[in-house]
Design a protein around this ligand. Structure first.
Ligand SMILES: [Zn+2]
Length: 369
């Protein structure tokens, strides 16, 4: 499965998507409350089919205006609620709860209710016309920066905190474009201090730390926000500005990660990483770990390796990588976090802490079948 994301241009009728989302939120709210009430009344849980039936009854009796909503979207929403409850019953997740309206962000359509032609999507709304429901087709243009491949399994329309709308097209396509073999392997060591990634070839890659770069701006915007009256126009402007800045930071980080993963895949056949203890690191370093986003990078690299037919390996968390000398194997037990450079007492070779670790990781990774 692959998802393509396109931005829907702002046009006079994009507000209708927003209204649709808000209306769908009402369905969401109604059914959570309904299930709660059923539980309080001592009734059993109503499954997906029962909820569908209930929607039908509601449309006929108290909620005729729900007929204006695309039925596929309602079904998808009921499926989501049902999934959440099923997970809850299996003790996989917490109790499902009602989202606040502004956090209700997406609506999914499976086969019907939309039509895609070139860079236009036509959504089918319904409107009441002299007591009768008629279809109302509204075309939207999106920025089609690339062609999607494969058959479309569903589309999702999203609203982000900045007030923009996005079209996500999920297809059955698996991207597989093997790159020519280079015959090289690399081990990489994540670092907090000197470099983001140290390769066993001796190369050090720095992280731009977008959150750190924008920290001053974030602080001043947050201060500005606190001075405004909550709910006023200026306050909302500030909220949007903050959301835009956060989106920019996330984009910068994403861009860096994808480019780095691409670069590594082009150069090397086998890539070995260590398994990270992220919880422990977060406790030690705090915000910086979140900014560097190691986990996200590992996920991206895994995907890239699969796409380009590269071998991806991870050595276990308890493999000794820092202390052994990469030339003779002598365990230097006196090494502390402060020592960035050290000389091996057994063979006398000079080591950079991170490069030595990267070489050890590569060796451990190759030894694993
Ligand atoms: Zn040595």
């Amino acid at each position: 499965m692959k998802t393509y994301k396109y931005k829907i241009y702002n046009q006079s009728n994009t507000i209708r998507i927003g209204n649709l989302l808000d209306d769908m939120w009402q369905v969401h709210e109604y059914f959570h409350k309904w299930q709660d009430q059923r539980y309080k009344d001592g009734l059993s849980y109503a499954n997906y089919a029962a909820m569908c039936q209930h929607v039908k009854d509601l449309k006929r009796s108290t909620h005729p205006h729900w007929q204006s909503l695309p039925s596929q979207a309602i079904q998808a929403e009921l499926e989501r609620i049902d999934n959440a409850y099923q997970r809850f019953f299996k003790k996989l997740g917490g109790k499902p709860h009602i989202k606040p309206r502004h956090k209700f962000k997406s609506v999914t359509l499976k086969q019907t209710g939309y039509k895609l032609t070139n860079n236009r999507i036509t959504l089918t709304f319904r409107k009441s016309d002299k007591g009768k429901w008629r279809f109302d087709k509204v075309p939207y243009t999106f920025h089609k920066h690339r062609q999607w491949h494969g058959s479309i399994s569903r589309i999702t329309i999203k609203r982000d905190t900045c007030g923009n709308y996005w079209l996500c097209i999920t297809t059955s396509y698996t991207d597989f474009r093997p790159l020519p073999a280079t015959g090289k392997s690399v081990g990489a060591d994540f670092g907090m201090k000197d470099a983001y990634l140290t390769l066993s070839t001796g190369e050090k890659i720095q992280h731009r730390q977008p959150l750190k770069q924008s920290l001053d701006k974030l602080r001043s915007l947050n201060k500005e926000l606190s001075r405004k009256m909550k709910g006023s126009n200026r306050w909302w402007w500030c909220v949007r500005q903050l959301a835009r800045l956060y989106r920019k930071i996330a984009n910068q980080r994403n861009d860096f990660h994808w480019q780095l993963a691409s670069k590594l895949c082009k150069k090397f056949d086998t890539i070995v990483l260590e398994t990270l203890n992220l919880e422990g690191m977060k406790r030690l370093w705090g915000r910086k770990v979140s900014d560097l986003a190691f986990y996200q990078f590992v996920e991206i690299l895994k995907y890239k390796c699969q796409k380009h037919k590269r071998l991806f390996k991870q050595v276990g968390q308890w493999t000794a990588t820092t202390k052994p000398c990469s030339d003779c194997g002598y365990h230097n037990e006196t090494l502390t976090l402060k020592d960035r450079q050290w000389r091996c007492p057994a063979c006398g070779s000079h080591h950079d802490r991170d490069i030595n670790a990267a070489i050890n990781i590569l060796r451990a990774g190759i030894a694993v079948p």
